[in-house]
Design a protein around this ligand. Structure first.
Ligand code: FES
Length: 511
């Protein structure tokens, strides 16, 4: 059997009789309006084996996992497997773009692909994102590809109860627009980025320990940025996209580098070889030792792609007000829950041929969209009319826009509104309902006892964000920091320091 890594989140698993490929992101146009490109470049590899695979398994609809241009080039007989999500976005998109058979697979159910390989999708149990861990039982062990999924401890426990994991492939480098698009000082951005990177690394380390896997392959990031507007992000201390060399150093410092395998696109993963030698040889590659030089050559190869991308963004010559009404009004009307949770207005500050300011008031069930006349608002999107038009025309999703970094934003007050992001991300009434049901039924009654500074506290065990296990959180400045994504809760009153969430915390009086 062969396990071959093709870069980012693409793994090829090949036995005598079957070839299975995950998340092939291989187009030279990159993703997210050509802001993201594959790092390192994997597009000039021999892709014959991928194109001739029997099964292509896609974890979710992000364009660095679902690459429609590449999928148009695969063998039409290859079957495409996707997880069952509440909405049919990925299924519909595939049906529009490829003629291959698409099979929708239910979460937690094993599918026998042939006598050698079974596949089991594990859809994220917290419905904030559509995402899925891909589990493959093979003749030479079980491969668990977590990719970008915000896997909870409970999700991982389910997997370990049903499989003995040999190889864990997991994202280690984040994908977020905060803090890059916000008007913080350079020092503030660098401090926030450092915190996010540390939290992510710590989370990967914890999940690896919980999985009991023999090997960890850090994957599914980072992208690189080749457009001049974003090029310096590749080298900036304000970036939340660390590369494999930074993670490997962390693994060394934390004592798990001997089980961490840094792979480059085209590498075969053979566990009989010395992992340390593989990683250290790869980390001596120019990709890491002369990153700027490597990326300057890569950027030169993509000039034509970048030029075409710029030319494709054409500002409409008329107001977007009516399109914004058509887009937002039915979505806002569909969910009283989101209206109450978002509870404020968002300003669209639009530049381009027809600059204008549009207000979206989430408190109003009807006629929520109007031209701005100085009203209070808690969030501002500064965005070009060309890009907003793509979103309103459904050529680009809100999440694709956010990941493209091709906007600027301001928050007042400067706190994260999870509900606004979920609302935009899904833009789908059925998904809103599912999220509402999950939130209302969510059982956060478990508690644990925390001893800190000669005091004892009874503390809510699971984080209100995505069920991170707070009993594994660090205590910093009298706050408990969630190990999953770093939300920070005061031990004095349980309130989150950077958004409106809270947990229950009770100080236990001394006997
Ligand atoms: S689960 Fe995301 S911050 Fe706690």
């Amino acid at each position: 059997m062969e396990i071959k890594f093709y870069g980012h989140a693409c793994i090829l698993i090949k036995t005598k009789n079957i070839t299975v490929v995950t998340d092939p992101w291989l187009s030279k146009t990159g993703a997210f309006l050509s802001t993201w490109f594959q790092f390192p470049d994997n597009t000039d590899l021999d892709l014959t084996e991928i194109r001739n695979a029997d099964y292509i398994v896609l974890s979710h609809e992000h364009l660095d996992h679902y690459d429609p241009e590449f999928l148009k080039t695969i063998n039409p007989k290859a079957k495409i497997l996707i997880p069952k999500y509440t909405d049919s976005y990925l299924y519909d998109a595939l049906k529009e773009n490829v003629s291959n058979e698409v099979i929708v697979c239910k979460s937690l159910q094993k599918i026998k692909l042939n006598d050698e390989i079974t596949f089991c999708p594990v859809v994220q149990s917290v419905p904030i994102w559509d995402d899925c861990t891909l589990v493959f039982e093979t003749p030479e062990g079980t491969i668990v590809d977590v990719n970008d999924m915000k896997i909870t401890d409970k999700d991982m426990q389910w997997i370990t109860q049903h499989f003995t994991i040999d190889y864990l492939f997991q994202q280690f480098s984040g994908a977020n627009w905060h803090p890059l698009v916000y008007p913080y000082s350079d020092e503030e951005k660098a401090k926030m980025a450092k915190h996010k990177i540390y939290t992510k690394f710590r989370n990967v380390k914890q999940k690896f320990a919980l999985s009991g896997a023999k090997y960890l392959v850090p994957m599914a990031g980072p992208p690189c940025f080749l457009d001049d507007e974003f090029f310096e992000i590749n080298f900036s201390d304000q970036s939340i996209f660390p590369d494999q060399s930074v993670f490997y150093q962390y693994a060394k410092d934390e004592g798990f580098a001997d089980k961490t395998v840094v792979l480059l696109p085209g590498d075969r993963f053979d566990p009989r070889l010395d992992c340390k030698q593989i990683s250290e040889k790869n980390l001596r590659n120019e990709v890491f030792t002369n990153k700027r030089g490597y990326l300057e050559k890569y950027r030169a190869r993509r000039q034509e792609v970048l030029k075409k991308n710029r030319e494709s963004m054409v500002d409409p010559k008329t107001s977007l007000l009516e399109k914004a009404k058509e887009h937002f009004n039915p979505l806002i009307a569909s969910s009283e829950y989101f209206r109450e949770k978002i509870a404020g207005s968002v300003l669209l500050d639009i530049s381009g041929e027809c600059p204008e300011k549009i207000l979206v008031d989430f408190r109003k069930a009807n006629d929520s969209v109007k031209l701005y006349e100085g009203e209070d608002h808690f969030y501002t999107f500064k965005i070009s009319s060309a890009i907003l038009d793509m979103v309103l025309e459904k050529k680009l999703t809100w999440e694709q826009l956010l990941l493209s970094l091709r906007f600027r934003a301001e928050r007042n007050p400067d706190i994260f509104n999870e509900f606004l992001v979920v609302f935009l991300r899904f833009a789908d009434p059925a998904s809103y309902k599912q999220y509402e049901l999950f939130e209302k039924r969510k059982d956060v009654s478990d508690t644990f006892i925390l001893h800190h500074c000669d005091k004892s506290f009874e503390v809510q065990k699971y984080c209100p964000h995505a069920m991170g296990d707070l009993s594994k959180g660090e205590i910093v400045d009298n706050c408990i920091v969630c190990p999953n994504h770093g939300w920070t809760f005061s031990l004095e009153n349980g309130e989150c320091t950077n958004n409106k969430a809270s947990i229950t915390v009770k100080e236990i009086p001394p006997n």
